[in-house]
Write a protein that binds this ligand. Structure first.
Ligand SMILES: *Cc1c(COP(=O)(O)O)cnc(C)c1O
Length: 364
């Protein structure tokens, strides 16, 4: 058997006619930049998340940059985030000259340990950036309470969690600004780069919209320093089609995760989803001791795996200047050594899941 990790081809083929039509409409109208599909998608994203304002942009990375620019994050400001995430979370903080301040993760969910955040708040702290890793939101109540107490913004890095819920409320709509990504392999992916920001604050939304287009308020009149960070009309048109089936995709991912759980619970550390959360399963990640060996053996059986992420951010060369060292965040470090993601996409069959689980058990 040959298993496809994310099966993006199938996602297209399942819905080919509608997507082709949507793309063709954009191409024949030639409205490649800020065509009507962009606004239409933003409206639908608002409805989907319950957020008052949705602003699309060129990528999840740009969403984080736009969020911090709109919040006036300046060089020297401190932003508290997780060391166990994709580089973009902390990289964008550093890109703006601000300082990523790491807090270790919770061993059960792999998200930032909200109970350790308060100890890291200083006079320079401007925001907290929890990451909703693998599709599950962090402990937002604790984080939002701290933010209120110390007058901080909260930016949810929801690149992996669009559609997830926390106490019945949608990810992206849980804090000052939520940022997501439509990178092809994310749960809701387009056919290239794409992203979006969410906020209930009209002034912030207006400012983000302006900064997204070089800080302009009218054509060639520039109020802010901005970026060229728009979402292509083509990607918006594709996302409108994919959003129609997204709840079904999420449901399938959840069913697949449950099957994995049943097969594997006795053999390895399976993911833990907190009772008040639902996950969209961007990844299904387990912990294995002899990871290289397990990956190699599975590969021989046609089962691709991946590691999200092999090295925590405080130990990356690009962050050497921050002065962290091995041992600073022991949980992030040990999880990085053992974490391994299994194939996860809405199209895995019962047979494939069984095969993956049986082959994996042989290696443990
Ligand atoms: C993918 C990802 C990003 C960046 O999104 P892009 O669209 O690839 O720029 C940021 N944060 C996290 C946690 C991600 O997984």
């Amino acid at each position: 058997m040959k298993i496809d990790f994310a099966n993006l081809t199938k996602a297209y083929l399942e819905n080919r006619k509608a997507i082709d039509r949507a793309m063709s409409n954009v191409v024949s109208s030639s409205r490649f930049i800020m065509g009507e599909e962009v606004q239409e998608l933003e409206k639908q994203l608002q409805q989907y998340t319950g957020s008052k304002h949705a602003i699309t942009c060129a990528s999840g990375t740009d969403a984080l940059i736009l969020a911090m620019m709109a919040l006036d994050i300046k060089p020297g400001d401190e932003i508290i985030t997780s060391p166990f995430t994709f580089i973009a979370s902390a990289e964008t903080i550093a890109f703006l000259g601000a300082i990523p301040v790491f807090v270790d993760i919770d061993e059960a969910t792999y998200n930032i340990d909200a109970n350790q955040i308060e100890g890291k708040i200083t006079k320079k702290t401007k925001a907290i950036m929890p990451v909703s890793l693998y599709g599950q939101v962090a402990n937002m109540d604790t984080i939002n309470n701290l933010a209120e107490k110390y007058d901080l913004a909260v930016i949810e890095d929801a690149a992996q969690s669009f559609g997830a819920t926390y106490k019945g409320k949608k990810s992206c709509n849980l804090s000052t600004i939520g940022c997501t990504s439509f990178f092809p392999a994310k749960p809701l992916g387009c056919f290239g780069d794409g992203g979006a920001l969410f906020t209930d604050n009209k002034a912030l939304s207006d400012k983000i919209k302006s900064i997204r287009v070089h800080g302009q308020t009218q054509r060639y009149i520039h109020k802010y320093i901005g970026i060229g960070g728009r979402l292509d009309t083509l990607q918006a048109a594709i996302l409108i089609e994919k959003l129609k089936h997204y709840d079904k995709d999420v449901k399938r991912r959840q069913i697949i995760a449950k099957k994995y759980d049943e097969y594997l619970t006795e053999y390895t550390t399976i993911p833990i989803i907190e009772e008040h959360n639902t996950s969209v399963w961007a990844q299904y990640s387990i912990r294995v001791k002899d990871r290289n060996n397990v990956q190699e053996k599975l590969k021989e059986k046609g089962i691709p795996t991946a590691v999200h992420y092999p090295r925590p951010l405080h130990l990356q060369e690009c962050f050497e200047y921050l002065g962290y060292k091995t041992g600073d965040f022991p949980i992030a470090e040990s999880v990085s050594d053992e974490i391994m993601s299994l194939p996860m996409n809405p199209y895995l069959t019962a047979e494939e899941i069984n095969y993956i689980a049986e082959e994996l058990k042989k290696t443990l």
